[in-house]
Design a protein around this ligand. Structure first.
Ligand code: MSP
Length: 546
């Protein structure tokens, strides 16, 4: 049986600046889900990339005395360094300046035009360059952009428009406008629960109910963009361009072979990866760009005759120690610095534990240290080192067979058995904190089991050797399960656990991998383990400062 496709995307990030912790959060969420779904037997495609056109990049490059291309190249190099530092697993990267991408943009534009959804008109609007989006007067706060607090510029030019107003019914149906009792279903179900979390769907629906205006999709005052087929004075609006990256990356037409010919969209849509992955798509985005990823994007696709992606998940925003994160305040958190100082997994853990997956969240350094010291170093790190330490002393590091019943042992096994169901449920619903709770329940119960059974006491009494073997067996089985199940969350620590435990993800069968990972294994008995360095070090000095 062929594997089910699962295609997950991050936004394509602007190349005007280096990435901060907000971009990193979306990417870590996506990577965690991609790793988990791979372990759960899906055929996963993880896409990230760079959004390189538009007025913002054009002006940023000018200010730095660079061409937009030079700026994009240097920033894209830095994106890739960040992905490496935070341990992003196998992924695709799309750049919106790639010729194959531009070709797909043109083809989709041509299709919409042919179907009568594009027309020329006069564009008068208040445009926030930072958002690359127009605002109505009523959407501004004190005449300023609600997100960037800057005064938008007045645009007055002849543009091409996309008939978004024609999509009103489509959007109301898609957003299940008739269902007040709407509750999300965590399985991938199109049409009803296409936006999560539910309050974000309600926000989008509220805006749709207010009415939809057509959107301008071209500009003439600068030339850094995809030129419009048939009217090269215009470049295509950067959002219209960038959203198509989610498709173009799955099509990658051979531009050289096509020559000057503009392929039909229906032909491009026959590309094997596109056919496989579309519309089994999960778009992960921040709340500020949900409108583009739902209302605008769905309408573009639907009117061009293509299916709409299954799901958009919009997370909240980080503030830092109670303040908005901003360059002006000088409180921008850069992921590479955090990784260099505290390690990759400390960063991933903190983001997944405390991040803005539902509402907004506040980055507090004191809590970062606490999470590292308590949950990672004490609870997880110590469990591994004390278990392997005892195993070394009492059984020469070799995993023993269980011998007699010891009270409390069944609970460890049961918590491991329950992990696949719990992880599936929580991760599919983007409940990263709950997924961590399920894992940490097992870790905490293991620690309590050591405290209660006191294997170090048993070891001093020969008549207790049967109990001691059972306790060591149960602890090691639990650690083996954790070394697999923690992989999507803490890939580095989990790999080091597996090394010390002499187990390998590749040992797991292809079928029912997740179940096999979380079930105690008879084959593990007799394995020679090797105690290694501590998984995490405590952050000492700063805890004192904080
Ligand atoms: N280029 C567009 C996306 C086009 S996708 C076809 C874009 N790029 S961006 O570089 O500005 O990245 C924005 C992403 O970073 C959004 O998902 C946004 O929500 C996120 N964040 C920006 N600041 C943030 C925080 N302070 N906290 C969390 N995420 C934040 O938009």
């Amino acid at each position: 049986m062929s594997k089910q496709p699962y295609y997950i995307t991050t936004p394509l990030y602007y190349v005007n600046d280096e990435l901060h912790i907000g971009h990193t959060t979306t990417t870590i969420y996506a990577d965690t889900l991609a790793r988990f779904k791979r372990m759960d037997g899906y055929d996963v495609t993880l896409l990230t990339g760079s959004d390189e056109h538009g007025q913002k990049i054009f002006e940023a490059a000018k200010n730095q005395g660079k061409t937009p291309r030079e700026l994009a190249d240097s920033i894209v190099g830095k994106f890739k360094e960040v992905w490496q530092a935070i341990g992003i697993s196998e992924h695709q990267f799309v750049r919106t300046t790639e010729p194959y991408h531009e070709l797909v943009v043109k083809s989709l534009f041509a299709e919409l035009k042919e179907r009568g959804f594009i027309y020329k008109g006069i564009y008068r609007a208040l445009y926030c360059k930072e958002c690359e989006t127009a605002y109505s007067q009523s959407a501004l706060i004190d005449g300023r952009c609600p997100i960037h607090k800057t005064v938008p510029e007045q645009v007055d030019e002849e543009n091409y428009f996309f008939k978004l107003s024609a999509c009103h019914e489509l959007l109301r149906t898609r957003l299940a406008d008739d269902r007040d009792d709407f509750t999300p279903d965590p399985t991938l179900e199109p049409d009803t629960d296409s936006i999560l979390p539910i309050q974000r769907r309600n926000e989008a629906l509220g805006k749709v109910r207010e009415g939809l205006e057509d959107v301008s999709i071209s500009r003439t005052t600068f030339d850094w963009g995809v030129s419009m087929p048939g009217d090269p004075e215009h470049v295509i609006w950067v959002w219209f361009d960038a959203l198509i990256g989610y498709m173009s990356s799955q099509i990658r037409p051979d531009v050289d072979a096509l020559g000057d010919e503009l392929p039909k969209l229906a032909d491009l849509a026959e590309a094997p990866d596109f056919r496989k992955n579309w519309p089994h798509v999960v778009h992960l985005v921040g709340k500020d760009i949900l409108w583009h990823h739902s209302v605008v994007w769905w309408s573009m696709l639907h009117q061009a005759g293509l299916p709409i992606p299954h799901r958009v998940y919009a997370h909240g925003w980080w503030s830092v120690e109670g303040d908005k994160m901003s360059k002006t305040l000088g409180n921008v958190i850069r992921p590479i610095e955090t990784v260099e100082k505290y390690g990759r997994d400390a960063l991933r853990y903190f983001i997944l534990r405390e991040g803005p997956n539902k509402g907004d969240a506040d980055w507090r350094h004191e809590r970062f240290i606490q999470a590292n010291n308590n949950e990672l170093a004490n609870e997880l790190g110590n469990l591994l080192s004390r278990s392997l330490g005892m195993l070394g002393k009492y059984h020469n590091g070799v995993v023993p067979q269980a011998q007699v019943d010891v009270p409390g042992t069944d609970k460890l096994r049961r918590l491991a058995d329950e992990l696949p169901t719990k992880l599936r449920e929580h991760l599919t619903a983007f409940e990263f904190g709950r997924a961590l709770d399920a894992l940490w329940d097992l870790i905490r119960v293991c620690n309590a089991y050591v405290d209660e059974t006191r294997p170090f006491k048993m070891a001093k009494d020969e008549s207790k050797s049967g109990e001691l073997a059972t306790v060591m067996h149960a602890l090691l089985q639990s650690l083996r399960v954790l070394s697999f199940a923690l992989d999507p969350i803490l890939p580095e620590a989990a790999a080091r656990m597996r090394e010390q435990l002499a187990v390998d993800l590749n040992m797991l069968p292809e079928e029912d991998r997740l179940e096999a990972a979380c079930t105690w294994s008879d084959d593990f008995v007799g394995t020679q383990t090797t105690k290694g360095d501590a998984l995490f070090s405590k952050i000492e000095e700063e805890a004192a400062d904080a």
